[in-house]
Design a protein around this ligand. Structure first.
Ligand code: F6R
Length: 610
């Protein structure tokens, strides 16, 4: 959470910092700030609220300086306010911080008080004062930074400016993500790649306990022991346009509409129609052509990615005939699960930075387990700690509500189950061929379905003022119902719950009132008849139902309910199709209610704190 950016080069830093902050705003948006040095003089601006408020404060007179740092905040310690906004400044030092300094209260006691009174309620400001105090003693900025880092407990990505030396920017990392971008006669540092993607696609992620010192022409990297180290520079295939709205009102809508392309890119190179094969070269070094005898198989994730894992369990059980247990990362890491060398952990994360998921990976590795991750952000922390990563190739996802990451995660999970199934011979070549055909056609089917988005707008208009929504489904569509409810509540602030349809009468049905919307997922599958009974039950209690059904299913005609039809597909492809109207419903309800779709209150895109 929190977005940080730094620039050093030949250009004016302020517009680059603002542009970077705009692209990082999805990580936090309760206050923002920036600081620059020009001719030995520091200029700093901070403001409560969104970035636009900071821009208003700066006004037309952009501050000068070719070195600077910026921050957009998601509050943890200290409420959103101007005084708690970053950068924090103490005499010679200005810092921006992402993470949590857990021992900040103890560190406060170490500070020589005179002239160093804390001005904010944050945990971050202490780092700034400590730095200034140490540099006053040490003179060498890097050695002082090393001393300070040794005092810190918790997590951090820090970008630090020495106001006496405008030729260097200092960067340190523990747990919170930070990436360096290499331009021509300039360097960037940021919490995430899109912040500087318009200027360079040459990147290096910093690892835990490493330090980087940036100058215009080069970057020096140091290990924990302050030894100089070499780090490779990678070129990332994302383009700047991918991180733009492309004419859409919101990133979320753009990302919903991008799903056919995202799925196409995710299938690319993995399904081979001619050879009737699904191939993940990334995991060959673990599987060596077979599915080894793991004693235990866990899938772990958070939020939307957890919903993908729940759906993935249906794929693994029904297609690959592999038992798997699924857990939320925040529970798994504290549950003392059985993990040893014969355990396979599959983690799912769009950002690759979610703190709880990352902790599960570290825990599993400590116990000797094999870890495979499904991630979207290339080279982020989780892939770097995994034995192998299957990337979702969805491109940058900026909208806080996850959409294209979710369906591409489903596609990878499905392909993985099919490839495991083929190895274990739990499915035959005909089954595989049908699946490969279906997957190849999926992007086009999705494209056609998305053309019907106006129908969902009408349904959203009907339900826009409803207070509570219930999403019900059975089988593999149950996690899709959970996801539909999560999408709606997180961006529109309407109360929404997902339930296994068979559970309604064990309690939740008591909540139904006249016209309470119930979204029922009832595609033609082996539990459709049961869904129809559940729909009758909720209607009998006054619910107003919106049914997502399979094209050609006449049973829902003449019922006076809202029905949206998705093409009748193979059971394992239907969840990807049904996700689209649910995402659109959430989007339109939120937009009609005037909510901030891309930046819902209290949320941030990457949850890098527990
Ligand atoms: C909801 C959403 C979150 C994330 C969750 C995990 O729309 O985006 O629930 O799914 O924070 O994030 P990742 O997948 O980055 O680990």
């Amino acid at each position: 959470m929190c977005g940080i950016i730094g620039y050093i080069g030949k250009r004016e830093a302020a517009p680059l910092l603002l542009e970077g902050l705009k692209r990082l705003e999805y990580r936090g948006y309760d206050s923002a700030g920036m600081a620059l040095v020009h001719q030995g003089k520091l200029t700093a601006f901070r403001s409560e609220g969104k970035l636009s408020k900071l821009e208003n404060k700066i006004g037309a007179k952009t501050p000068q300086g070719t070195i600077g740092i910026g921050h957009t905040r998601w509050a943890t310690h200290g409420k959103p306010s101007e005084k708690n906004a970053h950068p924090h400044i103490s005499k010679r030092v200005a810092i921006v911080h992402n993470g949590i300094i857990e021992n900040y209260l103890e560190l406060k006691k170490l500070l020589p008080h005179k002239g160093r009174e804390l001005k904010s309620e944050t945990d971050s400001e202490i780092v700034c004062h400590l730095m200034d105090a140490y540099v006053a003693k040490e003179e060498n900025f890097l050695l002082a930074l090393d001393q300070v880092l040794k005092c810190l407990e918790g997590t951090y990505a820090l970008v630090i400016m020495d106001l006496k030396d405008p030729k260097h920017l200092y960067v340190a990392k523990k747990a919170s993500p930070i990436v360096i971008g290499f331009g021509k006669h300039e360097c960037f540092v940021a919490s995430d790649i899109p912040a500087f993607l318009a200027h360079t696609n040459q990147i290096t992620f910093l690892e835990n306990d490493e330090i980087a010192v940036l100058s215009e022409e080069s970057v020096d990297f140091y290990s924990k022991e302050l030894k100089k180290i070499e780090k490779p520079i990678k070129e990332i295939a994302w383009t700047a346009d991918m991180a733009e709205k492309g004419g859409y009102k919101h990133f979320m809508l753009k990302e919903i509409m991008e799903q056919p392309t995202a799925i196409r890119d995710t299938l690319l190179g993995r399904i081979n129609k001619n050879k009737n094969q699904i191939h993940f070269p990334e995991i060959e070094k673990i599987f060596k052509g077979r599915f080894p005898n793991f004693n235990r198989f866990y899938m772990v994730a958070c939020g939307t990615s957890w919903h993908a894992a729940l759906a993935g369990r249906y794929y693994m059980e029904a297609i690959a005939k592999i038992p798997v247990s699924v857990d939320t990362a925040s529970e798994f890491r504290y549950r003392e699960p059985f993990i040893d060398k014969k355990t396979l952990l599959l983690v799912i994360s769009q950002s690759g930075e979610t703190a709880d998921t990352l902790a599960c990976v570290a825990m599993a590795r400590e116990h000797g387990a094999k870890v495979i991750s499904i991630c979207n952000v290339i080279d982020s922390s989780i892939p770097r700690l995994s034995h192998a990563t299957l990337y979702t190739n969805a491109g940058p996802e900026i909208g806080v509500a996850s959409t294209k990451a979710f369906t591409t995660q489903l596609a990878v999970l499905l392909m993985l189950a099919l490839s495991f199934g083929a190895r274990k011979k739990s499915i035959d070549q005909r089954y595989l061929k049908k699946a490969i055909d279906g997957l190849s056609k999926l992007p086009r089917v999705m494209e056609n379905l998305l053309k019907e988005k106006e129908k969902i707008l009408k349904i959203a208009q009907k339900f826009v003022n409803s207070r509570d929504f219930y999403f019900i489904a059975r089988g593999i569509h149950f996690p899709i119902a959970l996801e539909g409810a999560l999408k709606l509540k997180e961006i529109s602030y309407v109360h929404a719950e997902g339930y296994a349809a068979g559970e309604m009468k064990h309690g939740p049905i008591a909540l139904l009132e006249h016209n309470t919307p119930v979204v029922a997922l009832a595609p033609k599958d082996r539990v459709c008849e049961k869904m129809i009974s559940n729909i009758q039950e909720v209607k009998a209690r006054g619910a107003s139902v919106f049914i997502v059904a399979s094209e050609g299913d006449k049973r829902f005609e003449k019922q006076n309910d809202e029905v949206f039809y998705v093409p009748d597909s193979l059971w394992y492809l239907t969840p990807l199709l049904i996700s689209l109207p649910l995402q659109l419903l959430a989007y339109f309800v939120a937009d009609l209610r005037g909510a901030e779709v891309d930046q819902p209150r209290n949320l941030a895109k990457s949850v890098t704190v527990e």
